[in-house]
Ligand binder design. Structure first.
Ligand code: ADP
Length: 435
């Protein structure tokens, strides 16, 4: 089944086209600077060919039209016709408490996404824009929303509530929601497969370390706690976000005369590695290089990053009643042997001992601890787009399976039998017209 995955930001539209049978990525890319000066298309085909071109697009509709044109282009295309796209999966950042699983888009779901725009003003409105662009460009093709918050909805109240009057939770939904859920879910499942264990029996501490960083305690595939909060500002030290901070410090800044918007910018865009290292970069590679040259502030930024992360791992070890593995993923987690070494070298007290050679050799998935370690450290590449494509396919297959005349997911019984893998266009028509 061919599934198009869309991640719509305020000025960008990222896409990946998957053939879910065999997990094959057919094409991916993005349009950047939509509605700004010099928008650009980057389009890459699975054989490695890359196209970069200026894109005269003023909005997400135009951007999607441009991408679709390339998908069926005689030179660059990977489809004979757009009707081969059987479903579209959308990354949606905030699903609040309402969405605990992927949802087939309808008016009610769009209303929910709009409702949570207050909690994710930079993300949910463009996510919805991407959905509506797809509805226009692919009329009748089912759209599915996959929420960053959904995987974390298993947290118990002791984890997700803030210690403030309960009425504020009831009135405003003030609570921890957590983000990067699609990544935490993907690496939890992938780690279980990689270790040859069932997810149900595993206790994992998953560390998603990219520009944004978060950590989750996952027991039997269920999140017990995570570090991001009502917004992605809470928790670990990140590229430009401060993570945990005394709310009293925020109040102090306001009392000194800073406006809410100024504090917002300070804590979300000027803090974290960027703010502490003071070298004009939030890129971990630059911070490490500057620290290795002996610069004091980048070294301090690195120490804070590692201290905070190791402290959370210790805390989640307790939350889980003892963890089986710590999982590193995201741009930093997958690529930085230095950060992994700095973190794991603090976990000896938990029975986690680094295998330096294994850590230096990592390509893809790997165990980087010694065989005697009672707590393993694992590197696991994340793939949020694939997870969205799989969840989209799974949701639609479940819906079809519930239909009275369907025997198996994805298979329709009529005069002759056919399978969704061989006739995705028909699947799309059935899905589009039946509910
Ligand atoms: P995003 O959160 O935007 O998806 P990524 O997951 O791609 O970001 O992670 C970006 C981060 O990964 C940047 O801080 C970058 O410096 C870091 N990174 C990528 N490669 C390396 C590397 N080899 N060593 C250290 N950090 C790296």
């Amino acid at each position: 089944m061919k599934v198009l995955v869309i991640n719509a930001g305020s000025s960008s539209l990222k896409f990946t086209l998957y053939e879910t049978h065999g997990e094959a990525m057919l094409a991916h890319g993005l349009v950047e600077r939509i509605g700004q000066a010099k928008p650009e298309l980057r389009y890459e085909v699975s054989d490695g060919r890359v196209l970069r071109s200026e894109a005269s697009v003023g909005n997400h509709n135009d951007a999607l039209g441009l991408i679709c044109g390339k998908l069926v282009d005689p030179q660059w295309g990977v489809l004979q016709a757009l009707s081969e796209v059987a479903a579209i999966g959308h990354r949606v950042v905030h699903g609040g408490e309402k969405f605990t699983a992927p949802a087939r888009i309808n008016d009610e779901v769009k209303k929910g996404i709009r409702q949570y725009a207050d909690l994710a003003p930079l993300h949910n409105p463009p996510n919805l824009g991407g959905i509506e662009a797809c509805e226009r460009v692919f009329p009748g093709v089912p759209n599915v929303a996959v929420f960053d918050t959904a995987f974390h909805q298993t947290m118990p109240p002791a984890s997700y509530l803030f210690a403030i009057p309960y009425e504020l939770y009831e009135k405003y939904g003030l609570r921890k929601y957590g983000f990067h859920g699609t990544s935490h879910k993907f690496v939890s499942q992938a780690t279980a497969r990689f270790l040859g264990r069932s997810l149900e029996e595993l206790r994992l501490v998953t560390c998603h370390l990219g520009n944004g960083c978060s950590i989750a305690a996952v027991k039997g595939g269920q999140v017990l706690d995570t570090s991001m909060g009502m917004t992605p500002l809470m928790g670990l030290v990140m590229g430009t976000r401060c993570g945990d901070i005394d709310p009293g410090a925020v109040l102090y800044l306001v009392k000194q005369g800073m406006s809410a918007d100024q504090v917002d910018t300070l804590l979300n865009r000027q803090s974290g590695l960027l703010g502490v290292a003071s070298i004009g970069s939030s890129d971990m590679r630059d911070i490490i290089a500057a620290a290795e040259q002996g610069q004091e502030k980048p070294r301090r930024a690195l120490d804070m990053f590692v201290h905070r992360l190791a402290s959370y791992i210790g805390s989640y070890h307790v939350v889980l009643g003892g963890a089986d593995a710590v999982v590193f993923t995201g741009g930093i987690g997958e690529n930085s042997a230095v950060i992994r070494e700095l973190v794991v070298s603090r976990l000896g007290v938990l029975g986690c001992h680094l295998d330096r050679d294994a850590n230096a050799r990592v390509r893809g998935a790997a165990v980087i601890t010694t065989p005697e370690s009672s707590l393993k450290a694992v590197v696991m590449p994340t793939n949020e787009e694939l997870m969205i494509a799989q969840e989209t396919e799974q949701l639609l297959a479940e819906v079809i399976a519930k239909r009275p005349f369907c025997g198996n997911p994805g298979v329709r019984r009529q005069n002759s039998e056919w399978d969704s893998s061989t006739n995705p266009a028909c699947l799309s028509i059935i899905l589009a017209t039946d509910f």
